[in-house]
Ligand binder design. Sequence first.
Ligand code: KG4
Ligand code: ZN
Length: 338
Amino acid sequence: MVQKHSIIIGIESSCDDTSIAVLKGNKILANYVANQEIHTEFGGVVPELASRAHQQNIIPVLQKGLKEANCSLADIDAIAYTIGPGLLGSLLVGSSFAKGLSIGLKKPLVEVNHMKAHILAHFIDDNASTPKFPFLCLTVSGGHTQIVLVKSALEMEVLGNTLDDAAGEAFDKAAKMMDLPYPGGPLIDRYAKTGNPKAFPFKVGNIKGYDFSFSGLKTGILYFLRKNVEQNPDFIQENLNDICASVQHTIVATLLKKLNQAVEDKNITEVAIAGGVSANSELRKQLKEKEKKGWTVHLPKFEYCTDNGAMIAIAGKFLFEAEQFGDLKNPPSPRLKF
Ligand code: KG4
Ligand code: ZN
């Protein structure tokens, strides 16, 4: 039976983080994440290595999560897991594990869309604030860049998408060109803090509506670095902070321009951000400044920005309460849409 304070575990394995969280009501009792260091040396996620690492991590992650939450398997009321989008091999590990638990514990399975979960992480009770419906959410991660109109926890409409690279991918690819290790987004954020954002003007293609395109920026950065390194082999080291600040400034300005347009067109000033790139300090700062223009801005707690089991558990809670249960026969869906 569905109860208000049911205990739900959330299993996330869509990319390179293995994470399991334990949720009671809207409160997270544990949110354990095992990052996969193995990809650093390859400059990006290697799908086969990711699946293997999930397989190695998933049981210890569950054990640590349950211990931290002071729960046992018998306390669990439902098992929520990421059914997609993501890497097939990675999703298969989490989905098979969730199904095994569901059969073994005789508890319902809940299938969660990873992108919706990033947004619903805002409803975990230890965030600084909780958005009111309807709100606009800019979801920016390593695989996606979307502006979403969130009408309720179960009803969302994607207004715009990236046509090519995601914002996180643009950060990571720019970082790779500067020989920074994967994932480069957090490093660009760090170096940018003491750089001049106007030092090097980069261009981003002008796309209609609420869609984005970052592939032109990637090519622009590549040619810019190539040309300057030919003249001065130490150009990147000597200008690292300014290059990072300029790249970050361009990406953040592009994201905010489209978000601004959506706020004006839809006349909705309740705004949230979600996904790994929502940890970016410049994006957070510039969004907070929008409060002077009448926006109500919701920034997720840092641990709920990048991939985590907590967001899967809270998204699972909404589905569980609506009695929208999963099916043991359903396979993971790498290209799952809304
Ligand atoms: O949501 P996420 O953990 O995984 C996906 O679902 O893709 O997002 C990971 C992305 C990576 O591209 C990473 O570089 C980026 O989020 N990221 C950041 C920051 N922290 C993580 N990008 C810019 N600034 C940050 N502080
Ligand atoms: Zn994600």
